[in-house]
Ligand binder design. Sequence first.
Ligand code: FES
Ligand SMILES: [Fe+2]
Length: 567
Amino acid sequence: MAWQKVASLGEFGDREVLAVDLAGTALALFRLGTEIHATGGSCTHEFADLANGFVEAADGTVECPLHQAMFDIRSGRALCAPATEGLKVYAVKVEGTDIFIDPEGVHAAAAPGASAPQAGQAHEAAPAAGVTQNGGSLVQKNEKNEKNEKNEKNGGSLVQNYVWPDDDLSLVPDWVYTDPYIYEREIERIFHGPTWNFVALEAEVEKPGDFIRSHVGPTPVVVARAEDGSIHVFENRCAHRASEFCRMLSGSTKEFVCPYHQWTYDLKGNLVGIPFRRGIAGKGGMPADFDAERHGLRRLHVTSHRGVVFASYAPQMESLADYLGPEVLREFEATFDGRKLKVLGHYRHSLPGNWKLYHENLKDPYHATLLHTFLVTFGLLVVGNRSLMLADKSGRHGVMASAKSEAKALSGAAKKEMRSFNEGLTLHEKRFMNFVEEFDSPWSVTMATIWPNLIVQREMNTLGVRQIVPDGPHEFVMKWTMFGFEGDDEEMTRHRLRQGNLMGPAGFLGLEDNEAIKFVQDGMRRVPGGTHLVKLDPQTGEGTADTLISEAAIRAMYRHWREAMGV
Ligand code: FES
Ligand SMILES: [Fe+2]
C-alpha cells in the first residue's frame, strides 16, 4: 500500500468536506465529527463536484448539489435517485495533522439499498493501529493493551488512542473527562444520537405562542407551543446565515424574526417570510426556484410525559417509557404524579468539570454519607437508612433513593466513620426539615439521573429538574427549574421554597457537590494521565445496589457509555 498525503486537518477550517487531488483523480475528504473519510469526488449521476455538496455529519451523508442524489459517506452507498451507483471509498490514515489516502480504494456497491463494503473494511490493511485515526473509529483495539506504547510512538501527536484499561469498568481513564475528541464524539453519538434529551416543562410553555430557550447537549434550541397546542423544538440557528435568532430566554410571540435580515419563522419552525425575496425592480433577491419549505429551522423529534418535554435528533426513538425502563419510569411517575406543575423559579450556574461527573455524583451514594455535613447531621441520608441505588437495565439512568431517619438513631460506630457528623449543629428554622408526605413512594428522597441531561430532584418536598448543558470537556452549565403543583396552598409553596435552600448553586448540599466536581476536574487537569478507581461493592458488579457503600451504578453508566461511544 502506497499511502499518499493529500491534505492536513487544518485545511478543513470550519467545513466538513474538502476537494483533494490524488494523482489526477478528484476525491472528496469528509470530516464527520472526529472521523475522516474519503470517497470519489464526483457524483456518480452527472459528475457534479461533491465537495460543493451538503454534508449531514450526524447522518454521515452527502447530498449532491446538482440533483440531490445522496450517498452514505462511510460506505459510499448511493442512498437515493437519481444516483444508481455508489462512490468509491478510500482508506484514510491520519498522522499528526497529515491525512493520507491509499490510492487503491475500494469499489462501493451500486444500487440504492444495496449494501456496500464498509469503509472500515478498507482500513484493514492500514498500518499499525497506533498511528492511525481511521474513518469509522477512534478506537483501535489490539489484542493486548498497547496504550502507553502507542502514545509514546505518537510523541504528542494530535491523534490518540482510546483504549479502556484492561477492559475493566472499575478503572476509568482521565481522557474520558478531559479529551476534546471524546467530547465531540459525545455530542455526535450521545446528545445528537439516540437519546431523549430534557428540554422544558410543559408549564414553561403553557399557552400557544409561549416559548423558552433550551439546549440539547451544547446545541441551543427553542421550545415553542404552536397555535394548535402542539409543542415544537427546533435549533436556534437561522436558516439564512446561522444567526442564533431567538434572543429572549423565554416569552410569548406569534413568530420568530431573526434580527440580522429578518427572516421569519412560525411557531413550528417553518420559514414564512424573507424580506426582498424577489429583489427590487426585478433585480436581486433569492433564486426563483428557492423553496422556502425546504429551508425551515431544523426540527427535533419531541415527546412529553406528565408535563416533562424531551427532544431527540434521532428519527426512530423508542417511547419515553421504554427509554426509561419500568423501574426508572415508576420513580419518574412518583414525582410527576399527574398533578399539574407550577414553576416556582430558576437558577443557572456553570461548573468547572466534565458533565458526566454530575451523573456520577448522583450515582455515588458513598460520598453523600461522607461529604455532606447537613445530610448526615440531620439524618437525610446516612449509613443505616433504608436506601437504594437503582440502575436501569441499560445502565444509563439511575435513581438514588433514601428514607429519612432520625439522626439520633445513628450508631456510635457509624458516627465515627462520618467525620461530617456534627452533633452541635441545630436548625434555627425548625420547619426547614418538615416532610409533608405527598407522594406514593417509600422514599423521602429520590434523585433520578436520566441520561443524558436530566436530573429529577425530589428531596422531601423540594422539587426540581436540572438540565445539564455541556460546554467543552471541562465545563458545563446547570439550569434548574424548581416547581410545585397547582393546588399547593401558600404555606406549601413557602415550604418548598424554604427547603429549596438544600440544593442549588449555594445550597447546603449543592455547594459541596459543586466544589467536589471542580476538585476532581482540577486533579485530572493538573496531574493528568491517570485513572479513577470505581471499585466499591464488587459483589454487585454493574447495576442496582442496596447499599450506600457502592459504585456499581457508575460502572453500569460506563458500560453504557462505552457502547454508545464505541470505546
Ligand atoms: S441570518 Fe437570519 S435573516 Fe439573515
Ligand atoms: Fe452530594
